[in-house]
Design a protein around this ligand. Structure first.
Ligand code: GCB
Length: 609
């Protein structure tokens, strides 16, 4: 026995150095391919074999040293040292991808930890083509191996990443293994505590994407400020300076031929006389064709301008008021993460029915299906990264993680006309470190996308009947977002009647949250908490108060639909749900839904200027 242990330790030490060399050879940093869903690809959605591994046995030896013979090898025989193999993917149960694991197996409902995913796939290499493994989102950390070789690692649960696997694939059957770990991290983004459920797994589409040797990996095409031209650039990976790029909009018979400069980018300018600009009233999208050498991409895009003038938000030069609602990426009726077009259609259909022209996609980037749908439907969007509550703002590593997620979000969605606002945080404490951290992010947004507005949902300070919006971050924002809960976490609903707002910034204000819980079907007096009547009374008193704020340019009450949250445990009422939805998770509309609907439809709420 002693010998056996010693032997195993020795093997582990060798393994460690082998793993380090494998890493050095094979591991690449993930990148992001734009428009993956319009590229030639093999979908890897469907059933994946899975192993639940709370002790991380597939990664570490019994002395917690890194294994080189871990589950990622997808072994089928005894290990070389004679040890029996104690796992077998082919006999292990499956989980559906895309999907969170929590709602697929009862046993996994509250599981937080590591789960291994494995599947085989067929592949035929093509000469002068490259293959990228695309993961739409995996919450929270993921490591990918292909044919037993480690490819890349990724952290962050709501943004896509792509890892090149060209040299790791062969003709015929290949296999992929992904280790997904959703353990909450104090230094993660988000951090340990959130008011939403930590759904783990490969929650969005997975695919093997085929691109030519030199391919378009990024672009920024937007309407210029004077609305006379579509401008920007196209980046071609590995293109030689002088390589040609063209961008065309066939419907308008527009085409621009350009050449790649020293940065791998071709500058684009298309004069756009006769273009119909994207707006909620007419969400016109054009087919845009991008071409360079062997590579060509076609996508639908809308073009519009958005800017701030004093306290106004201007869309295509005209003032707009954002009649909105906040939405979590949780599937109606069945719960779990949004994974398909039907979930998206239900949620956005309800927002439409409510009379919204705007949604706040809280508190993290949603599935791209959502932003493609808002583009088509003409619903304006606030998109957010999960910098939420008390992050470790003094830690430069946390800043890096937030910057990475922001970059991934913006690169994925920079071509979506419906997104007007990038939000960099929600309800963070007003400290110097926090402000420094978020000012850096605001600068990053402007460097990545100078055509949109930067916002954040700030906390509001209360003194008696006065509400102050004076968080020092306001300076760095284009649009001020503010959350308040008069009648729920503070005061009574009718205190809104006498509330006075003092806003330290001469900028547009969006009330990014207000509301209160109600259990659908629970009725009583307006003064009884948890009833539909109490929630309705919050809305009744809020709307006139909000209408008295001259610089109010939008609102997104909290929230469209009840959603799972481990913080909400009141038996018989909450039962694990935040019940601030205007609609229950089973689609029942509460009284407050109809009240807000009436106000929105009659345009009794909000002024654009
Ligand atoms: C907030 C948070 C949101 C919560 C909500 C609530 O201020 O931004 O994530 O879910 O309040 O219901 O308490």
């Amino acid at each position: 026995m002693k010998f056996a242990l010693g032997n195993r330790r020795f093997i582990a030490i060798i393994c460690l150095s082998i793993l380090a060399s494998i890493k050095a050879n094979a591991q690449s940093s993930p990148t992001i391919l734009v428009d993956v869903d319009h590229r030639q690809a093999i979908s890897l959605n469907g059933d994946w074999h899975t192993i639940i591994d709370p002790y991380f046995n597939g990664l570490y030896t019994f002395h917690h040293e890194i294994r080189n013979d871990g589950y990622f090898l997808n072994g089928t025989q005894h290990l070389k040292n004679g040890e029996p193999l104690e796992y077998d993917f082919s006999k292990s149960p499956t989980l559906k991808v895309p999907g969170d694991w929590n709602t697929q197996r009862e046993l996994l409902y509250d599981y937080e930890g590591l789960i291994w995913y494995q599947r085989d796939f067929e592949y035929q290499p093509r000469e002068h083509h490259r293959a990228f493994f695309h993961i739409g989102a995996s919450n929270y950390k993921a490591i990918l191996w292909v044919n037993g070789r480690q490819v890349c690692e990724h952290e962050g649960g709501f943004t896509p990443f792509d890892c090149e696997v060209t040299n790791l694939l062969h003709a015929g059957t290949n296999f992929a293994v992904v280790a997904v770990d959703d353990t909450r991290q104090a230094d993660g983004v988000p951090t340990l505590n959130t008011d939403w459920f930590n759904y783990g797994g490969l929650t969005r589409d997975v695919a093997l994407v085929d691109v030519p040797d030199k391919f378009i990996d990024d672009y920024d095409l937007h309407l210029n400020h004077s609305r006379t031209a579509v401008e920007g650039w196209v980046h071609v990976q590995d293109a030689a300076p002088g390589a040609s790029v063209s961008v065309s909009i066939p419907e308008l018979k527009l085409k621009n031929d350009a050449v790649v400069g020293s940065q791998g980018r071709a500058e684009i300018k298309l004069n756009v006389a006769g273009m119909q600009f994207w707006s909620p009233e007419q969400p016109k999208l054009y087919d845009v064709v991008l071409q360079s050498g062997e590579d060509s991409l076609q996508d639908e895009m809308g073009f519009r301008t958005v800017e701030v003038s004093g306290t106004k938000i201007l869309l295509n030069g005209k003032p707009v008021f954002l009649r909105g609602i906040s939405i979590h990426a949780e599937a109606p009726y069945r719960g779990g993460r949004v994974t398909n077009d039907e979930d998206v259609a239900t949620l956005l259909g309800w927002a439409r029915e409510l009379g919204c022209n705007y949604v706040r996609l809280a508190h993290y980037p949603h599935d791209q299906r959502m932003t493609r749908a808002t583009d088509r439907m003409g619903i304006m969007v606030w998109s957010e990264i999960p910098v939420y509550w008390a992050e470790h703002f003094g830690d430069p590593a946390v800043l890096k993680k937030a910057e990475q997620q922001l970059t991934e979000e913006i690169r994925r969605d920079r071509d979506k006309a419906s997104i007007l606002l990038w939000s960099i945080a929600n309800e963070t404490p007003n400290t110097p470190e926090r402000t420094q951290f978020l000012k850096t992010l605001a600068g990053d947004v402007r460097a990545l996308d100078s055509t949109r507005l930067v916002t954040a949902a700030l906390l509001v300070r209360t003194e008696g009947h006065i509400k102050y919006v004076d968080d020092s971050l306001g300076e760095a924002l284009d649009v001020i977002g503010a959350n308040e809960y008069i009648g729920w976490y503070e005061q009574n609903p009718e205190d809104a009647d006498t509330t006075v707002w003092k806003i330290a910034y001469d900028k547009p204000l969006i009330i990014s949250e207000f509301g209160g819980d109600a259990k659908a079907g629970l009725h009583g007096k307006q003064t009884e908490r948890w009833t539909e009547e109490y929630q309705e009374s919050i809305y009744q008193h809020q709307l006139p108060m909000l209408n008295r704020i001259p610089q109010l340019r939008g609102m997104s009450p909290w929230i469209l639909m009840d959603f799972h949250s481990p913080r909400r445990m009141l038996p018989g009422i909450q039962d694990g749900f935040n019940r601030k939805g205007l609609i229950s998770d089973q689609g029942e509309k509460k009284k407050a839904f109809y009240l807000l609907q009436k106000a929105y439809k009659e345009e009794r709420i909000g002024k654009a200027e």
